[in-house]
Write a new protein. Sequence first.
Length: 411
Amino acid sequence: MRSLCHDYSINCTENSKWRTRFIFLILFSIHAVILYLEALELSISYHEANILFNDTSLLHYIVSGSVYLFGQNDLALRTPLILLHLLSIPLLYILSKPYVRTDSDRLWIVFIYMLLPGLNSSALLVDSAGLVITLLLLYSIIIDRCPRSQYVLLILFLFVDISFAFLYLGLFFYALSKKNNTLLVSSLLLFGLSMSIHGFYTGGAPEGNFIDTLGIYAAIFSPFIFVYLVYVLYRRFITSKQDLLFYLATTAFVFSLLLSFRQRIEVQLFAPYLVLAIPLAAQTFFRSYRVRLREFRKNYRFLFTLSVAFLLINAMLVFFNKELYKVIDEPEQHFAYRSHIVKELAQELSKQNIRCIDARNKQLQLRLNFYDIVFCTENVLDDKPDDNQKSVTISYSGKEVYRKYVTKIHN
């Protein structure tokens, strides 16, 4: 009888693992398809064009390599960031294992991760945040499994992005608490080198951007998730349940808030570190939920359902974001306007056999260059209509969002 029960238990465990893997694969595949469909709807922004054409960072070489191999198009531009984001999902799944009890808990973690608005943006837009998130998750896994190899990664991170300066700062406080002198000295040295290599502005008069910074964090993680992440970090601070992920997330977050009292900060430099607090938040939530009797779990289920519903609604708004132009008076107020228009503008110009133009706007000119509309002086893009001009109109969901006029200059 014991043998039969034992065999039955093993079979149940194996079936559960296969079921979990199957669900993970389904979620992963759907998420990947959605990201690629969304990527087709975007145009290159000025920030992305500047990284592609003028930057010298690691991200520049990654994106340039993709464009060189697969052609100068939107999918080639965005594929490296999408792949990095997709890689971060199994990394988060692995990192979460020590923090939650079951594989289904880890599925919920990656499902929430897939819905977070700011993280989807980091997958679709050419920015260092997506690269930093993936490397942070990789480092957080490797430091436990191969602690000696962490120093190789830390040195390599020195040449990736200024964001990793806050990894070194977090490691400094972590090493201080663990009395690890080797890591203490190394992290302090690397922090200084990172600051000297990349530079970081901390000057200026107090501007009071604290509330704005919190608002950006809330937009990145969604308000409910962000508040809970902060609550979990505070709770661990007062209960002394502090591990590596706590130090990395808390150091970057607190440092960003302190800086926001004095200057407007680039939140995308700090936000990747709050991703490391997601397993901590999941651990706190599931423990608090399961320690209570069923009749006392209603509030937890309500808050969890509300958070997921909010994320799903937000995801739908992002996916069908061009429909929002119907209800917006000024198209420029649309949250994705900076990543719209230009691809369609280039297509309209090409239809009129216009392959070069003076856009009279440096940023627009650089963006058009990505779509093979180069600079020249024989065609000029004007705001006001005139005789013998050709109009260029772009509409989304039946609403006109952009109109310009092309003037032919006869030399």
